[in-house]
Write a protein that binds this ligand. Structure first.
Ligand code: ATP
Length: 310
C-alpha cells in the first residue's frame, strides 16, 4: 500500500531541550500505524508538527504528492489531545460547520452525521447543545467530526483516554473498519495493551528518539522473550546465576526470571537445579505492555532493544 504520510528526520527543540530527535516513519493507506510512548515521549509534538501547529526545526513532512507548505486539510481528519468543541452550539450544527470547512457536501455530511450519532449511541442528540453532553459523549462527537468528511489520513491523538470500556471498544471497532476501508490511520497512545491488538505497525518513541519501528508481528517475535515465574523461597542471587538469565525481579516468595532471547524453553526447564524451591512455576512470553514499561522505567531491556535496532 502506498504511503499517505511520510515523516523524514524530524527534529524539534523547545529552548535548548531536544524533544524530537531525528525520527522518520510513514503511514500507509489502509493501515493503523501506532505511535506509542510514555508520557512526555514526544507523541503530541510529532503530531502537532505534522498538523502544522508547530514548525519542525529540521526534517520533511510529506502528504502523498503535497509538500508541508500546503497541508491538504480537507483530506485529513484530526482528533487533538485537547478535547473540547465550541460550547454554545448544537451537535448537528457543529458537525455540519466542520464538514463545510472541509468542502464536504452538506447533504452527505448530514446523513453521515445521523448514521454515526446512531452508531455511537447518541441518536436524538443532534439538537442538544455541546456543553450539555458528558465528557465521553463530547469525545464521541469530536471523533465523528474528525471522520465525517471521509479523510484519507486520520490522526488520532490519544483517542481512548477518558472513555469507558464499552466506548473504547466502539472506537476500536470503528477505527479498524476505517482502516479496512482504506483510510491511513496514525494513532498515538500510551496504552500499549489497547493498541497491541489493533495496530498493524508501531513506532515506539522514548525521549524523542525511535526505540522500535516495525510490523507488530515482527516486533512481537523479536522482543517477546520468555519469563519464568516461580513461587517458592529462593535466593535472588541463585536465580541470577542460572544460565540465560537476563534479570530477576523478586518480592517475597514470588520471583520473575527474565530470560534472554532464543532460548529453548524445554532445555532451560530441564537444567533447573533440584534444590530450587518450586511451589508453582509458569513459563510465558512477556507482552508488549511489559516491554513498554521496561522502556519507560529505564530497565535493562532498553539496552537490548537499542542494540537490536541500532
Ligand atoms: N510548547 C512547549 N514548550 C516547551 N516544552 C514542551 C512544549 N510542548 C511539549 N513540550 C515538552 O516536550 C516533551 C514532549 O511532550 P509531548 O506532549 O509531545 O509528549 P507526549 O508523548 O504526547 O506525552 P503525553 O502522553 O503525556 O501526552 C515533554 O517534555 C514536554 O514537556
Amino acid at each position: 500500500m502506498s504511503a499517505i504520510l511520510t515523516v523524514e528526520n524530524l527534529n524539534k527543540a523547545f529552548k535548548d531541550k531536544q524533544v524530537i530527535d531525528n525520527i522518520s516513519f510513514d503511514v500507509h493507506q489502509g493501515e493503523i500505524m501506532a505511535i506509542l510512548g510514555p508520557n512526555g515521549a514526544g507523541k503530541s509534538t510529532t503530531i502537532r508538527n505534522i498538523m502544522g501547529i508547530l514548525y519542525p526545526d529540521a526534517g520533511r513532512i510529506t502528504f502523498s504528492n503535497y509538500t508541508n507548505n500546503s497541508i491538504p486539510r480537507h483530506k485529513i481528519g484530526y482528533l487533538p489531545e485537547e478535547r473540547g468543541l465550541y460550547k454554545n452550539v448544537k451537535v448537528m450544527d457543529i458537525l455540519l460547520y466542520l464538514a463545510e470547512l472541509k468542502d464536504y457536501p452538506l447533504d452527505q455530511a448530514k446523513q453521515r452525521a445521523l448514521d454515526y450519532l446512531k452508531k455511537f449511541d447518541l441518536e436524538g442528540k443532534e439538537k442538544v447543545n455541546v456543553d450539555e453532553l458528558s465528557k465521553g459523549m463530547g469525545q464521541k462527537v469530536q471523533f465523528i467530526a474528525s471522520i465525517l468528511h471521509e479523510p484519507e489520513l486520520l490522526i488520532l491523538d490519544e483517542p481512548f483516554s477518558g472513555l469507558d470500556p464499552v466506548s473504547q471498544e466502539l472506537f476500536k471497532q470503528e477505527i479498524r473498519q476505517l482502516a479496512d476501508n482504506g483510510t491511513a490511520i496514525l494513532l498515538s497512545s500510551h496504552q500499549m495493551n489497547l493498541v497491541e491488538e489493533m495496530a498493524d505497525r508501531l513506532f515506539l518513541i522514548h525521549r524523542g528518539k525511535k526505540v522500535i519501528y516495525g510490523h507488530m508481528d515482527e516486533v512481537k517475535k523479536e522482543f517477546a522473550n520468555f519469563k519464568c515465574t516461580i513461587h517458592g523461597t529462593n535466593k535472588k542471587e541463585e536465580l541470577e546465576q542460572l544460565p540465560h538469565v537476563q534479570r530477576v525481579e523478586q518480592e517475597n516468595a514470588h520471583s520473575i526470571v527474565y530470560l534472554y532471547k532464543d532460548i529453548d524453553p524445554v532445555q532451560w526447564l530441564k537444567q533447573l537445579p533440584a534444590t530450587l524451591d518450586v511451589q508453582e512455576l509458569r513459563l510465558d512470553r512477556i507482552s508488549l505492555h511489559e516491554i513498554f514499561i521496561d522502556i519507560a522505567t529505564g530497565k535493562q531491556l532498553m539496552q537490548e532493544v537499542g542494540e537490536a535496532y541500532a
